[in-house]
Structure formats: C-alpha cells, structure tokens
Design a protein around this ligand. Sequence first.
Ligand code: PMP
Ligand code: GLN
Length: 383
Amino acid sequence: MHITPKLPNLGDTIFTTMSVLANQYKAINLGQGFPDFPMSEELVELVNKAMKEGFNQYTHSNGYPILRENIATKVEKLYAQKINPDTEITVCPGATYAIYTALTTILQANDEVIVFEPAYDCYHPAIQLNGAKSVIIELQAPTFEIPFDELRSKINDRTKAIIINTPHNPTGYVWTKSDMLNLQECVRGKNIFIISDEVYEHLIFDDKKHESVLKYPELFEKSFVCYSFGKTYHCTGWKLGYVIAPAALSKEFRSIHQFNAFSCDTPKQVALSTYIQNEQAYLQLGKFVQQKRDYFVELMKATPFQRIPSSGSYFECYSFANISTKSDKEFAIDLVKDFGVAAIPVSAFYKSGKDESLIRFCFAKKEDTLEAAVERLSLVSSR
Ligand code: PMP
Ligand code: GLN
C-alpha cells in the first residue's frame, strides 16, 4: 500500500523526541512543557463526582452548556467583553485542535498566513495541510519585539490570517497594549483573520497584563481566540480547551468540529463548569509560576548558560554559545546523554531550522526537580 505523505519529512515532533530520549536516559525532563507537580485535588474529585453522578455520555457538540456559560462569565470579568455562550464559545479537545480547526475553517488553497517565528510547532503543519502557505516574520533575540513595519510590508491580497501567541512560547514575550493597537491598525478594513493563541493567558510575570484579543472589540470581530484548560489547571494530559469567536465565525468552526471531534470529554467539562468559578485558582497562577521562574533563574546563575529573560509562559530560553559550537539539536541530545537533563532546541520553532545556539527549559516543576536539574547543568563548563 502506498501513501503520499501530506507532511513529508516532518517525523516526530521535538517534544516527542526529547521526552522519549529523556525517559530512555532517565534524564530530568525540562523539555516538553508540562508540570511535574499534582493538579488540584478538588478538581480531580469533581471529575470523580461527575462520573459517579452519571455524566458519562456525549454532551452538546459545542460544549457542556453550563461550562460555556461560566467561561463567558469569567471572560467578561477578565476582559470586559460580553460573549454569548450559545453562539460564540466552542469547547474542543485542546488548543492544538482549536488552532487547526480555526485554520481549516478559513483557509483556501494558496492563501497566505503570517506566522511570527520562533513559532509553536503546530502552526506551519496546519497551514500546509490546508494547502495554504506560511509567510514568516522572524522575531529577533533578545527582546523578540513585534516588527510591525515588516508585518505591514508582508500583508497583501492573499493574506488570509495572522497567528499571534501571547504570552509567547518559547520566548516568553508578552504582547503590549501598543502591540495590540498596532495589529488592529494593520488589519483594519481588511479581510484578514486573527488566530490568537492565548493558552498561557494566566502564566504572566512581573505585573504585566495579558492583552487578550477579547479586550479589543475591533480585533475580536475577526478572531478565533484559543485557550487550553491543560495549561491553566496543570493537566496537560486532559487535552481540553475552547475557542471563542464571533457567532458567524463560530458557526463555520462548529460545522467542521461536529464532523471531527463532535464533542469532548463530558465528566471533565462538568467538573470544570464548577471549578472555573474559583477565581483564585487562575488569578494566583502568575505569581505561583513566577516564583518558579525566579527560583530557576537564581539556580541557573551557577551554570554557564546565558539567560534570555521570559515574561510569561512556563518557559525560558538560554544561550549556550559560550559553551559549545554544536548545533542546538546535537547540544540538547548530548545534554540528555551526558548530563541527564532534557531541554528543547529552539531551532525546532523555525521552519528553516534556524539555529542561534538557544535551548528552552520548562520551569513548571517542583523545587526539588529544578534543584536536581541545575545541579547537573552546573557541571557543564564553558569553552
Ligand atoms: N499553543 C501553545 C503556544 C502551546 O505551547 C501549546 C502546548 N500546550 C498549545 C498551543 C497546545 O495546547 P493543547 O495541549 O491544549 O493542545
Ligand atoms: N506545548 C508544549 C511545549 O511547548 C508541548 C505540547 C506537545 O508536546 N505537543 O512544550
């Protein structure tokens, strides 16, 4: 049997590769982004309760109605945007799915989608699978600010969408109010959609504010805003999230969603419909994760790695330029094999594989884990 590959030469994602390697070498895994501390016991109990109460059959294709209502209440409090839970919120199996489905909803062959790089690895394949083309704008280390002049110069009649991600994986860049207003001005009056990847909305540090697209009605009119419960509630394995989009856009999104996933995990949605009302559970997240970042940064001073400061997400990138001339992939593999710590080579976030001698660490880990990892990293010596 022969299959013509739709994504030729891509292989496993870097997250699979590095996690498999980390397991194989019993390394401390600061690569793939997931916490190693337990999620809320209360939320686990709520899932158990929902299952015992019999919430085990399909729920509504658009998501458990009470969960959608409570998402709308949360969003209005946070971002002062009134969202209609019946027509504008769709619960789906994670943000990757939300992004893929949003792109599938809008793209036709040969459309162009503007992507800022480094970029989370699911964007380009989703564009390619829809017969469209990525147009890349590179963000420059160490600030990774958004180059709006370049954005303006790359927008043309074929531009169908722009993907934004704030707080940004892997750099931790957080879009400012002025960035959002600039973006709004760039797409004003144009038939260009925004896919806004906001999975790290609560993982934000140093008193910065999350500038959701939802705060900008003119932008929201053309947006699919994607969220992940996995990131907010330390349960990445749940693969549950939601997309918020204006009714006309949601209608088309749902027409695809109903023939793909149709609906997703009922008991977890029932549990989340209660737990999401606990404001503290998400409002204290930024501080909680910032403490981890600060702890990690302090520990890392004992190593030769050079920090590229992160303001959000649960990642921070470090330069190893003064340690090795190897490619970042080779360096990351050696780090697992020789020092027992896994990280993600940042070249994986560039379509071209651009290599700037950077690796990304995930610091959403117990203090013990961070200490043990950095003890190993401190054995690495500079050139
Ligand atoms: N976007 C970004 C920037 C991510 O880091 C991730 C990984 N969680 C996702 C989307 C995908 O989220 P999910 O696991 O809910 O599919
Ligand atoms: N978002 C996570 C990261 O960036 C990984 C998700 C995945 O493994 N696909 O590390």
